[in-house]
Design a protein around this ligand. Structure first.
Ligand code: NAD
Ligand code: ZN
Length: 391
């Protein structure tokens, strides 16, 4: 079958690889209908991680069940399903408590497992024609038959629940004001979740105008362009004070507003990055006793990491100010299972439609070009946000 294979820094290719098979009675195999490219894939694509050439990318997968292991009880051939990006067993203590992003069985020695991701276990990615789903009764969420809502449902694998998770980590309640840093797909979904939850005011910070426009149009957000000055000052000025809650949807590769200027291109540039800048901004912009949600990705200190920035697990965070303000913060991988059923039902009932974040829907064969352009965050007309690949 064809699959998106990592070849080395900034290079992927669509190549023939072995088809997945049922390896355990709990598995199913699905024929992928839609699989998305994620900002998290870019960490590997850019050569920032220890990902080895040869791995198949893809953790945002949906499709039709085409083979079923003997011990699977709830799924049949022909079922349409979406798979949370977390691979989870469903019965360890963390899974039992809803923390499926931190399953202790699927990837011993590391917090959690995922498809097609470095260090996240032996689970081949789904940017391919087929995917094996382990513990399938637990890890495949059934969807209505047909092809309705294909775009919105594909976002249930990761970014819609992850954006929602950002607001949950910040304990966002109806009536709260919130600042979301990053208007990539995750930040846009966090802002959209804040709108769905009834936030009173939403500020979205980025420097890519087309992404900020999406936040204004679909999330009723105030757009804050950090190339026009310190985003914290801009928010405090516009809001008339600090906000209640904050979400970091950027992660360690954050660009330092002091290093970027209007007109520069939008690709990440390690020379302009400062992995502490977003968290420090959030501590400043959120009010005393407010809460911070951090779904943006950070990595532990590792002197051997290929990327100098990524190696900085100790970020230079102003913990003193966080303490002085009595703020709380929540971090980590999204526990997709905790939210995907409810968000699916909101989509089915027409109460949520996150499909506006999808900018490109193309054949799997176009993956190399799509990786390059997503990495540059560029499109000739409009935003380049979420790419759906269809094998
Ligand atoms: P993305 O790279 O497309 O978006 C990040 C955005 O942040 C970009 O638009 C960029 O211009 C902007 N940005 C850069 N520096 C900034 C700054 N200082 N202030 C404000 N905005 C800034 O990626 P994405 O797909 O939206 O993912 C965002 C982050 O979420 C990544 O770190 C990704 O790895 C992480 N992620 C986490 C989970 C999870 O489970 N916790 C799941 C998916 C993705
Ligand atoms: Zn993802």
């Amino acid at each position: 079958m064809r699959a998106v294979v990592y070849k080395g820094e900034k290079e992927v290719a669509v190549e023939e690889v072995d088809e997945p098979e049922i390896e355990h009675p709990n598995d199913v195999v699905i024929d992928i209908t839609t699989t998305c490219i994620c900002g998290s894939d870019l960490h590997m694509y850019e050569g920032r991680t220890a990902a080895e050439p040869g791995i198949v990318f893809g953790h945002e997968n949906m499709g039709i069940v085409s083979a079923v292991g003997d011990a699977v009880s709830d799924l049949e051939i022909g079922d349409r399903v979406v798979a949370p990006f977390n691979v989870a067993c469903g019965f360890c203590e963390n899974c039992e408590n809803g923390y499926t992003g931190f399953c202790t069985n699927v990837n011993p020695g590391f917090a959690g497992g995922a498809y097609g991701y470095v260090a996240m276990g032996p689970y081949t990615g789904g940017q391919a024609e087929k995917l094996r789903i382990p513990y399938a009764d637990f890890n495949a969420l059934k969807l209505p038959d047909g092809d309705e809502h294909e775009e919105s449902f594909s976002l249930l694998a990761d970014i819609f629940p992850t954006g929602w998770h950002g607001t949950e980590l910040a304990n966002l309640k109806a009536g709260d004001s919130v600042a979301v840093f990053g208007a990539g797909p995750v930040g846009l979904m966090a802002a959209y979740s804040a709108k769905l939850k009834g936030a009173s005011e939403i500020y979205v910070v980025d420097r890519v105008p087309s992404r900020l426009e999406l936040a204004e149009e679909h999330c009723d957000a105030h757009a804050i362009n950090f190339d026009e000055g310190d985003p914290v000052d801009q928010i405090i000025e516009e809001h008339g004070g600090e906000v209640d809650k904050g979400v970091d949807a950027v992660g360690y590769q954050a660009l330092d507003p002091e290093q970027t200027s209007k007109g520069d291109d939008y690709a990440y540039d390690p020379a302009k990055e400062n992995p502490a800048v977003v968290i420090n901004s959030l501590i400043r912009v959120v009010r005393p006793t407010g809460e911070l949600g951090i779904p943006g990705l950070y990595v532990p200190e590792d002197p051997n990491a290929p990327d100098e920035m990524a190696a900085q697990g100790r970020l230079g965070i102003d913990f003193g100010l966080l303490f002085e303000k009595g703020q709380a913060l929540g971090t980590g991988q999204c526990n997709v299972k905790s939210y995907n059923r409810q968000l699916r039902d909101m989509i089915i009932e027409g109460r949520a439609d996150p499909s506006w974040v999808v900018s490109h829907r193309v054949n799997l064969d176009q993956a190399p070009e799509m990786y390059e352009r997503f990495d540059d965050r560029e499109a000739e007309d409009g935003a380049f946000t979420k790419v759906l690949l269809e094998p």
